[in-house]
Ligand binder design. Sequence first.
Ligand code: ADP
Ligand code: MG
Length: 378
Amino acid sequence: MKLDAKVLRYMSPEDFRVLTATEMGSKNHEVVPSSLITQIAQLRHGGSHKILSELARRNLVAKVQHIKYDGYRLTYGGYDYLALKTFCHRNSVYSVGNQIGVGKESDIYIVANEEERQMVLKIQRLGRVSFRTIKSKRDYLKNRKSASWMYMSCLAAKKEYAFMKVLHENGFPVPEPIDQSRHCIVMELIDAFPLRQISEVGNPGKLYSTLMNLIVKLASYGLIHGDFNEFNILIRENGDAVLIDFPQMVSTDHPNAEYYFNRDVECIRTFFKKRFQYESLLYPKFRLDTERQFDLDVQVAASGFTKKQQQELEKFQEEEQKLAEELGEDGLRELESDDDDEDEESSEEEDSDEEEGDEEAKEETEEAKELPVSIGKL
Ligand code: ADP
Ligand code: MG
């Protein structure tokens, strides 16, 4: 799912009202009845109906035929728009530039504010697996009706922002967090390459200890990264390491803390062996080398990302992981290739009647990728 920044510029206040009404309605309805949208937006029925069709044409909402009523749901496109609008309003983002990364669960863009400071926009796209296999996995998903992609992506962004903030404030080498809205965060752009892309370092032993010390220091502050690998460690030209990507961080009090800790350590050992032929007998052990001195996990909870939210997200992530394993590489690739038709989230009672293959819109998206698009007047 690509962020189509150009689409963002052509929105009237009425369009925005209807889109916001759809978002509000989605808090309680998986499919928001058209009548409810009209009521919340307080526009004439004909008026909001026309706007909804237009928003659907631009993939900001999707029309869904529900078993009992017709309605709409917000798409990722619509949700992206609302988040960007909020960032604009708070003067954190003024223009959107190129995409620099596509993760399994996120899209990464360069953005800038009005002073032309470049930053990174990370858009969480959780549920690429489970919400796509909704047809085949109906029973499996029955138990978690409330776990919508919107809600889960929003939780992941909240979590990442909260952890980044606390880590940054405590002097850890992480990007400066700048803003968060819905499923998006804005952070400092780090001028560096992922370790993954680095074929040689002057002193592998030194980098190895730096990274192991970072794992130990995190644990002494009560935290485990949980995905401490060569993709999530950026190396600056001067050799300094910067840690990114926090939606899976756990507390050292987590029942599986030792497992996660050892996995992080093992990731680094394996990578250093393979890439730099560097092996050391010294590596940290959870029980021996970590002594908790600070409670950053408690600070995170205090900063607004609650334990309950943490548990909810963790449960979802575990389920996603399980599903991904069941599907295997091929199954996942198949899902990814469907990814542009983001509106296929239909089940038996839901049938999206989107028009497909709007060539013009696709071309615009391509173009939007190339140019920084000013969205400052959103
Ligand atoms: P994911 O959850 O999809 O793995 P990441 O946060 O790890 O997302 O980001 C994916 C990629 O985007 C990273 O490997 C890195 O190359 C780039 N990236 C992410 N954040 C930044 C940043 N603040 N500065 C520079 N590059 C970044
Ligand atoms: Mg990553």
